[in-house]
Design a protein around this ligand. Structure first.
Ligand SMILES: [Zn+2]
Length: 322
């Protein structure tokens, strides 16, 4: 078992790694850093880490990736994304095992696995203000999946993201049709992608997001219970609404049925796309099997039409002759 000095040394090592690489961590106060590191060590130790395609998962990788999760959930009580048991690190882009033929940079799955390309993960932090951050994007998906499919989740996160559902659908649609160009068009794919794309902007360029999309910015502050602009107070968000939402047994019951609806929506967004592809494949197979009949049919129709026309012509000739 690790003794106190081991833990202290581990925390010091984490501090050193994050101080050079994670700007969010760098700006925390001493007390904020202690809270961050305690959470990080727990997160890191609870997950199973596996290197894919020959990559060795180093201590530095674990600290940085865990740091991204802790950054996202820093304002929440329930911060550990318990539903996620495994983190797969890939050297670069990879072919998805779930959807063969699709090339992915990362993903968070319903079964509790986070996949990340280490190369693209690092690029996310290399340019701190381009609103592209793979780590934050996938952790945002993980946080939402953790609520939808996990047994243990942050209740306030769940409440506020539910309140936001209608609004984010509208905002996602605006991106899809080009009415909003501040965020990446990828966020227009569906409301889940919209949330993940918003999270990237929320942490990388909070002031710009606030002035371009003030309502979205406030919702994100409520959902994550933090304000990335409030650097002086460890990103605290003074949420006047929070205390006003009662979490009584009745509320929880109502809330769990909402969760079921949202799971259904999630499946609609993601699985229906896959469903459509499978349907197309079934149709293509059927077409191949019955191709001789399909190709025979037009020939038959043409032949039938030709015979009919020929028959009518003969009849007309006969009537003329009468
Ligand atoms: Zn995504």
């Amino acid at each position: 078992m690790a003794d106190k000095t081991d833990i202290q040394n581990a925390i010091l090592r984490c501090d050193k790694i994050l101080a050079g690489r994670n700007p969010y961590y760098q700006r925390l106060s001493k007390i904020g850093k202690i809270k961050f590191l305690r959470r990080l060590v727990r997160f890191m130790e609870e997950k199973r880490w596996t290197g894919q395609r020959g990559i060795q998962v180093t201590g530095e990788m674990k600290v940085l990736i865990s740091g991204t999760a802790i950054q996202l959930t820093f304002g929440l009580k329930n911060f550990n994304l318990h539903h996620f048991h495994t983190i797969n690190v890939w050297p670069d882009k990879y072919e998805s095992k779930v959807a063969p033929g699709e090339i992915h940079l990362g993903s968070a799955t319903k079964t509790g696995v986070i996949n990340l390309s280490w190369n693209y993960y690092q690029m996310g932090y290399a340019i701190p203000n381009d609103r592209i951050n793979l780590g934050l994007h996938e952790m945002a998906h993980a946080l939402e999946i953790n609520y939808l499919f996990g047994a243990d989740f942050d209740v306030y996160f769940a409440c506020f993201i539910d309140l936001w559902e209608q609004k984010r659908r509208e905002e996602s649609h605006k991106l899809a049709v080009g009415e909003n160009t501040f965020l990446r068009a990828y966020g227009g794919n569906n409301p889940r992608e919209f949330f993940a794309v918003c999270v990237e902007a929320f942490f990388e360029t909070p002031a710009e997001l606030r002035s371009a999309m003030p309502e979205t910015f406030i919702f994100l502050c409520m959902i994550l219970n933090q304000n990335p602009e409030n650097v002086l107070s460890d990103y605290a968000f003074h949420n006047s609404l929070k205390g006003k939402i009662p979490i009584s047994p009745d509320q929880l019951k109502k809330y769990n049925s909402l969760k079921k609806e949202n799971r259904h929506l999630y499946d609609q967004y993601y699985l229906s796309q896959r469903g459509q592809i499978s349907l197309l494949m079934v149709l293509a197979t059927l077409a191949l099997l019955f191709l001789p009949i399909f190709t025979g049919l037009p020939v038959f129709l043409v032949a039938a039409l030709a015979s009919y026309l020929a028959f009518r012509a003969v009849k007309q000739d006969e009537s003329k002759g009468k």
